[in-house]
Design a protein around this ligand. Structure first.
Ligand code: AMP
Ligand code: MG
Length: 390
């Protein structure tokens, strides 16, 4: 059986970065910038006042100095004239500093009578002027690839980039399999349960920037699975849930292979998630997840998320791991890498009591997957362990 790392390497070979498309700036948040973009202007485009006050010549600024106010500059309304000796222009934040002036005395340091001002408080040496281009200049670039956050979108807007080149969203088709499953909101029979992983995985993958199509539940028959695979046509990644073990009703592997799937691997030396399968199916990558809800979600974090990030063209595709100290002891681990549901607090990390891979209530309470290497010995309170934050 291969390791998690080996499985990941094989999965990455099944996908490649997708092409770019342009989206309006207003839709760019959460997308991945596909090409470097450059500012088309300086910001600010002129020397601007950073305070409300009076624009004067710095050489004349001293306590008790007097000036005659000759006009006004507000944001969006420049003062067209020249500031001469002994003159001042009333100025507001964001207004262009008028020609001839190179200092803004803040209004709190000034006493005004009619159109005469006197500096009544020591004005200090800070000129209260933002130089032209101090934020960025024409040609300043944002480098791709870059996951665009709210603050990046604000910067793109300031740079006057109304259309943004981003990686196309990977299209993922999710196929739940099992005679026992019904959709949330449907009326389950006495021997049925609600399909849950499907929706957890949809949320996870859409949060990463994928477009997820939830297909109708496939029944445990060859015909139903073949229909579902047919509906998945056009997806970049086809993900099945369940039916991946070796029971009489586990048909996913056989059906996928019957449809021409070239298998990359089957089974990973990990817990939960051992019966994971993957390969190429036509133009798509195909991943068969185990059906147990926690197993499916753990495989989503460990394998599907990095595949999505690779398709989006990101550099750091494997989620970074962190270290914390145990606040409760751990028994020795078995021969498989174990991803334990765990909770974090200010003192450290503790594995949840029940690690059964069907327990979504435990997963929902967890903040982290605590990673145990194969054959890791028993651990004590205070020992450092590695975890993946959820
Ligand atoms: P399987 O891998 O098909 O043998 O499924 C393993 C377990 O996971 C069984 O108890 C299934 O009922 C359950 N299961 C499979 N698919 C789903 C799903 N989409 N949502 C919730 N439970 C599921
Ligand atoms: Mg099943």
């Amino acid at each position: 059986m291969i390791t998690v790392e080996e499985a990941r390497a094989l999965l990455f070979d099944l996908v490649s970065p997708l092409e770019a498309e342009e989206v309006p700036l207003a839709d760019a948040a959460g997308r991945v910038l596909a090409r470097d973009v450059a500012a088309t202007r300086d910001q600010p485009p002129f020397a601007a006042s950073s305070m409300d006050g009076y624009a004067v010549k710095s050489a004349e600024v001293e306590l008790h100095a007097m000036f005659k106010v000759i006009g006004e500059a507000a944001a969006g309304h420049a003062f067209g004239g020249l500031v001469g000796a002994g003159q001042a222009v009333r100025i507001f934040t964001g207004a262009p500093v008028p020609e001839g002036a190179d200092f803004v005395v803040i209004q709190e340091d000034v006493d005004r009578k009619g159109d005469l001002i006197t500096i009544t408080d020591a004005p200090g040496t800070k000129d209260n002027i933002r130089r032209a281009g101090v934020d960025f200049t024409k040609g300043t670039t944002i480098s791709a690839p870059c996951l665009l956050r709210a603050e990046d979108v604000a910067l793109l807007a300031a740079m006057n980039i109304p259309q943004v080149p981003v990686a196309r969203k990977p299209v993922v088709a999710l196929i739940s399999t099992g005679d026992e499953l019904v959709m949330p909101g449907d009326e389950p029979g006495p021997d049925q349960i609600i399909a849950s992983n499907t929706f957890g995985l949809k949320a996870l993958l859409e949060g990463l920037g994928a477009h997820v199509r939830v297909l109708p539940i496939a029944r445990d028959t060859v015909a139903s699975l073949e229909t579902a695979f047919g509906l998945a046509h056009g997806a970049d990644l086809v993900v099945t849930i369940g039916g991946a073990s070796v029971g009489d009703h586990d048909l996913v592997g056989d059906v996928a292979q019957g449809l021409g799937m070239e298998r990359a691997f089957y089974k990973v030396r990990m817990r939960p998630g051992k019966p994971l399968m993957a390969g190429r199916l036509g133009d798509a990558a195909m991943v068969g997840l185990p059906g147990n809800p926690v197993s499916a979600m753990v495989c989503g974090y460990l394998f599907l998320a990095p595949m999505i990030r690779r398709m989006l063209g990101l550099d750091d595709i494997v989620p970074p791991l962190r270290r914390a100290r145990l606040t409760a002891p751990l028994a020795a681990n078995g021969p498989r890498e174990h991803y334990m549901r765990a909770t974090l607090d200010e003192n450290g990390i503790a594995a949840c009591e029940d690690q059964d891979s069907s327990l979504l209530s435990v997963l929902a309470l967890a903040d982290a997957l605590l990673m145990r290497p194969p054959d890791d010995p028993a651990r004590d309170v205070g020992d450092e362990v590695t975890y993946l934050p959820l």
